[in-house]
Design a protein. Structure first.
Lengths: 159, 492
């Protein structure tokens, strides 16, 4: 069975290619013999983020870069992502969702849930009667503030 | 038990009906197995009492000859990123260590309705960000196929679910799949892992990673158990507006399924740099098997090689947005500081997230900066269309094929020490190469174990089909499963 099959597939190949190169036939395989050439660009300049961008990202993310390692990982991620920027996408529409051609249903604007105050408060670490508790707002992040102040001081002393 | 742990749902039900086995007895054995194999670290929370209670209820139904539910007396594990009312749901993160949901994920409610016995919540990479189940605050899961001191990873991020099934503690486990997180650990642990079409199974109550790609996944030892579970959990859900509205028609695995007219494509771009020789041989092995039965042709999905980089951009952007909900006020970890709201947020998030999560938030916010939005984010969305169009073309264009056959991973299970010597992004770039394109296009895909490598570790292949081709996909997968007769793991 497998012998017969091998012969037919070889014959099919001969018919298709009109080639009688037995070396090729012996290596006949549906699995590509060589790894695919990547479309990714290999020529990406190394990203080096400045202190301002880092501070901005910390403020936006509300997370601190604790070490230099964090900065390096971010720069690597940017380099990795930059490998695809050269590919032509003129007149290609962004694909936001794979269900773009489906009719998705919206719920009617009626109340279906309620009386769940106890449930909702259950997982809060701190609460006061029926309220969540937050410290004072509108105070910018400590570290960022200090860093910025330091920058301003430096600039002023230079002037 | 060793014999029992190779039984399918149908066989277990037959044993229940024949009174050769009872649900309480079987669930006791599963619990015992879970405890004996706790060294593999499959479970974050074992819900022993719950499983026992449910098995008692199932047993009553069998005894009274009342209507048997489809998963009655079947042990099921749930990845710990699905909300389960009253049962801690941690995402393997310090951030949610103290979180006890007050509602159920739809998929969990449906499993309960189907009579499943819930064994517990399974381990994962923190917030499902990883491909090894090595980045969990509860420690890594170990691959049960290797008992050496120099042990191997289970794959991820649904590694706990894969280990729970392959070690025999659960018949079925639920995972989630954003870039391969169900198929990858299934492949490395020698079981079947299935990612349905986006929108077929509700995401309500699945703690989101990448909303536009996340789907609940199913892990089981046999394809027919995947089908049986899918039939219980699929269908539109008014609580998830991204479920496909048409009623789900249950898939049927037919023993007389005819492969003769099935056209299977071999996408040449799935042989990438770094792919192991044994994986290529396994791929060729199954092609040779199938070529006797159906029509095989080489096809091209030209944008495959950039998919992983595009995926990394979209993943990190959605992560940055999704993770902004964790501020310590309403639920989850709260830092001990009260100077200002912003400081509380920042400290909470620093203490709550591991460095993988934090670095993805930074990268996502960088790509979303006003000056980068078009350059990175919109570009990635446009490339996502090209990647998805590649699939549309092979499934609908001239010389179209019905399904695609590719490897699932680039090698068998890596050694833990080798794996963790790489950064998380490099781990994923290698591990997710073959799996994430299906998430980009929202199409169904299944990983099937084929044979053992020289290291006596599972090697698996992946089948992908067009959207909503679940029935065809599972039937062909079943055929392959029957051809290769992959061994069940025997742990003594």
């Amino acid at each position: 069975m497998s012998y017969r099959f091998a012969v037919t597939s070889i014959l099919r190949d001969i018919n298709r290619s009109h080639l009688y190169n037995y070396q090729i036939l012996r290596n006949y395989s549906k699995v590509p013999t060589k790894p695919v050439e990547t479309l990714e660009s290999t020529n990406i300049p190394k990203t080096n983020l400045d202190q301002n961008t880092i501070a901005l990202l910390e403020r936006l993310s509300l997370v601190k870069f604790d070490t230099n390692q964090g900065k390096k990982v971010l720069e690597d991620s940017i380099d990795f992502a930059s490998k695809i920027l050269h590919i032509d996408t003129t007149e290609v529409e962004p694909l936001y969702t794979v269900l773009e051609n489906e009719n998705l249903k919206l719920r009617n604007d009626v109340i279906t849930q309620g009386n769940c105050q106890v449930d909702i408060l259950k997982n809060a670490v701190l609460k006061d009667d029926d309220y969540f508790v937050a410290p004072p707002g509108n105070i910018p992040l400590h570290e960022v503030e200090e860093k910025e102040n330091a920058e301003i001081d430096k600039n002023e002393s230079r002037n | 038990m060793n014999k029992l742990s190779s039984y399918t749902i149908k066989e277990i039900h037959r044993a229940y009906n024949d009174k050769f086995l009872t649900p309480t007895n079987f669930i006791d054995q599963c619990i015992e197995r879970a405890k004996k194999t706790s060294g593999f670290n499959a479970f974050i929370t074992l819900t022993e009492d719950l499983a026992r209670q449910q098995s008692v209820v199932s047993e009553k139904r069998f005894k009274s000859n009342s209507k048997i539910h489809r998963l009655d007396g079947i042990s099921v594990g749930i990845k710990d990123n699905f909300c389960t009312k009253g049962i801690s749901t941690t995402c393997a993160s310090n951030m949610l260590k103290n979180f006890v949901p007050t509602y159920n994920a739809t998929i969990y409610s449906k499993l309960l309705d189907a009579g499943a016995c819930v064994m517990g919540k399974t381990n994962l990479d923190e917030f499902a960000m990883g491909s090894g189940t090595v980045d969990s605050m509860y420690g890594p899961s170990k691959n049960p196929w290797c008992l050496d001191k120099n042990w191997r990873i289970a794959g991820g991020s649904s590694g706990g679910s894969a280990v729970a099934v392959s070690s025999g503690a659960c018949v079925v486990a639920i995972g989630s799949d954003t870039g391969g997180s169900t198929r990858n650990p299934a492949a490395l642990c020698g079981i079947v892992g299935f990612k349905p079409t986006y929108g077929v199974v509700s995401r309500y109550g699945l703690i989101p990673l990448v909303n536009s790609m996340d789907v609940p996944g199913i892990l089981a030892r046999k394809v027919e158990d995947i089908a049986a579970t899918l039939n219980c959990i699929a269908g539109p859900d008014h609580l998830d507006s991204t479920t496909i509205q048409q009623t789900f028609s249950p898939v049927c695995i037919r023993s007389d399924f005819d492969l003769a007219k099935i056209r299977i494509g071999i996408p040449k771009e799935y042989h990438c740099k770094g792919m192991n020789e044994e994986v290529l041989e396994t791929w060729q092995f199954v092609i040779d098997l199938l070529e006797r039965e159906c029509i095989i042709s080489t096809v091209s999905l030209p944008h495959t090689s950039v998919s992983i980089a595009v995926y990394s951009i979209l993943n990190q952007c959605e992560v940055a947005s999704n993770m902004s909900r964790y501020d310590g006020l309403e639920y989850g970890h709260r830092a001990d500081t009260d100077y200002s709201t912003e400081e509380l947020y920042a400290s909470t998030r620093c203490e709550g997230f591991n460095n993988v999560v934090r670095s993805r938030i930074f990268a996502g916010n960088y790509f979303l900066l006003r000056q980068n939005y078009e350059k990175f984010f919109l570009k990635a969305l446009k490339l996502r269309r090209l990647i998805s169009d590649d699939f549309r073309y092979v499934f609908n264009g001239v010389n179209r094929v019905d399904l695609l056959l590719t490897p699932t991973t680039l090698s068998d299970a890596p050694l833990y020490n080798d794996f963790v010597s790489k950064a998380n992004r490099d781990q994923c770039a290698l591990q997710d190469y073959c799996t994430q394109p299906a998430n980009m296009a929202g199409i169904p895909a299944i990983s099937i174990p084929i044979k053992l490598s020289k290291n006596k570790l599972p090697l698996s292949l992946q089948l992908m089909g067009p959207a909503l081709s679940e029935e065809l996909l599972l039937n062909v997968a079943k055929k392959i499963e029957d051809f290769v007769n992959f061994p069940t793991l025997n742990i003594s």
